[in-house]
Design a protein. Sequence first.
Length: 185
Amino acid sequence: MKPTISSLFASAEGGDRAAADALFTALYRELHQLARRQLSRSPPEATLGTTTLLHEAYLDMAALEGTVFPDRARFMGYAARVMRGLIIDHVRNRTALKRGGQFHIASLEAEVADRADENELTRISEALDELASVDAELAQVVDLKFFCGFSFTEIAAMRGLSDRTVRRSWEKARIYLHGLIKDEG
């Protein structure tokens, strides 16, 4: 009998490494789409592949001991944050190279040119991190909607909430993030 996503989450939460790997495999298609969305903001000449970003994210996620994902929404939100961090780190490293740094990028070799500059990406990332420290649920809605590309209806179903509640959370998060980014800019 093939395990369900719910049972894989439960087993992975209990520390079963095989279940965590099976969960990743089961969600691979969604994660691939997530990686594609993460890279969609880069210009056409960017050569970093979707699969490369996905695999780098998996390596980072697999290296963390004790990280548990009680449900699909948290898993996807976490994956989105990891991918966002990898892209931001790569942009920073590329900028350092342009400024004469001797840093060699071994794992993300392809150039990720940014539509947003390094400072803007950093401000967005820091604002999301601050939102997560104030209200983790709102930050999760942003990760699922903006970075994972889920609809309000899908997020509501994942979290057991009404569509309207998710939309209100999204609006609150957008207002909060806009205020943070505007104040820093």
